[in-house]
Design a protein around this ligand. Structure first.
Ligand SMILES: [Zn+2]
Length: 423
């Protein structure tokens, strides 16, 4: 495939110019000016469009095994491709949880058949995510796991977390964490503050997240382990990570589109489609997440794509499950909220959604260097569109962004040199 005349934005090699990209045998064969199409090659006209290394989402819930009415590995991989993602990392908090090599192998095999974005499995840190016994990291990696995480739950014991970070170093493995001190969040269902008081809901204080981030940064510093902090939502969290990075702690972190776009006002009127964990917080927190993405404290934009069935979100606010779908809105929200506002440039957007996610978990991709996988996202930054959940390829529709007008959309997603989605 020859992608001709697009604006090639590849921060991994400091590239931003109108060029041609030639893909052959599943690899990037050449990037340059005036490349002639080899005989029989498909030619794609990308003039006026941006050609970037494929977007990578390191935090998605695909619900299989166990909750296939919300999403399957196949539907999730196809939704990802429609959102411009060429690879996603599937979280292991399925039913049963992915805590054995056989379970990792199941996700990997289903991903290979999915006909969408590449699906990389992750494995649990502890057996059954119960926080009591570490999984066999080496065996999980052997089966294809790219990181370990108990996402959805914290590792409550500091001693257990220390052991995980030490053990993971044997394999240069990243330990990804959902930072929450459960005795502070007390089963709360939204941000602690005026709106929670008005709605009569139990609030989760920022400290619930900050305390755990502080602890895990200290443990990463103590052990020298590779830590990745998922979905950072507080100003305190961003500041702690920034300071830790300055000290040389090996930490990467995520900012999510909903956390840099919305505040807890979105929850008003008990809107369960804005219920998530960590919760939407104050304007100061939202702005801190934006600044974190801007200056690279939050290296990675990740969606925390969390599909739920309509009926489950229709329950009373306290009973409704946490999470929103995000794969098909992420690029539009990130571009509209961060690039259009002048906070970051296009290259930084590609950095946060492709290069850095690849680096954080040592995944292939995140670059258009010759010889790297032919994973490419072609997007149109000018196109304006309205979020319509009915058109999602995801099996679920739980989004607080329905009806929102955004700019920028993927028009073609190429994985291993083959088009897996086109507008
Ligand atoms: Zn989480």
């Amino acid at each position: 495939m020859l992608i001709r005349g697009g604006r090639v934005v590849d921060p991994s090699q400091g590239m931003d110019a109108v060029l041609d990209v030639l893909l052959a045998d599943g690899r990037v064969a050449r990037v340059g000016e005036g490349i002639d199409a080899p005989e029989g090659a498909e030619t794609v006209d990308a003039s006026g469009l941006v050609v970037a290394p494929g977007l990578i989402d390191v935090h998605v819930h695909l619900r299989e095994p166990g909750q296939e009415h919300k999403e399957t590995i196949r539907s999730g991989a196809r939704a990802a491709a429609a959102g411009g993602f060429t690879a996603v990392v599937a979280m292991p908090n399925t039913d049963p949880p992915i805590d054995s090599p056989a379970a990792v192998g199941f996700v990997r095999a289903a991903g290979l058949r999915a006909d969408g974005a590449r699906v990389y499995p992750s494995g649990c840190i502890t057996m059954g995510q119960a926080g009591e016994q570490l999984t066999e990291f080496g065996e999980l990696i052997g089966a294809g796991a790219v990181c370990v995480t108990d996402d959805g739950r914290p590792v409550s014991s500091a001693g257990m977390m220390r052991m995980a970070l030490e053990y993971a170093q044997t394999f240069d493995l990243t330990v990804a964490v959902h930072a929450e001190e459960l005795t502070l969040s007390r089963g709360g269902s939204m941000n602690e503050g005026i709106i929670a008081t008005r709605l009569g809901l139990t609030g989760i204080p920022n400290a619930s997240e900050d305390v755990m981030i502080a602890r895990d940064l200290m443990l990463a510093e103590l052990t020298g382990g590779r830590l990745h902090i998922q979905h950072v939502a507080t100003r305190g969290g961003v500041e702690l990570i920034r300071a830790a990075k300055e000290r040389g702690v090996r930490v990467t972190a995520e900012g999510s589109p909903h956390h840099f776009t919305l505040t807890d006002e979105a929850v008003d009127s008990y809107r369960t489609n804005a219920k998530m964990n960590p919760p939407l917080r104050s304007e100061a927190d939202r702005d801190a997440v934006r600044q974190g993405v801007r200056d690279g404290t939050l290296d990675v934009i990740a969606t925390d794509h969390a599909p739920h069935h309509y009926d489950e979100k229709e329950q009373a606010f306290e009973d409704a499950p946490n999470g929103i779908v995000g794969l098909e809105t992420a690029l539009g929200l990130a571009y509209t909220e961060l690039v259009e506002t002048g906070l970051i440039d296009l290259a930084t957007l590609v950095e946060r959604m492709s290069c850095q996610p690849a680096r954080a978990l040592s995944l292939p991709g995140g670059t258009l260097r010759e010889g790297s996988p032919a994973d490419v996202t072609i997007f149109d930054p000018r196109v304006e569109w309205t979020v319509n959940p009915k058109s999602f390829l995801s099996m679920s529709r739980n989004t607080p962004f329905a009806g929102r007008v955004v700019r920028c959309r993927a028009v073609r997603t190429v994985v291993g040199g083959a088009t897996v989605w086109s507008a």
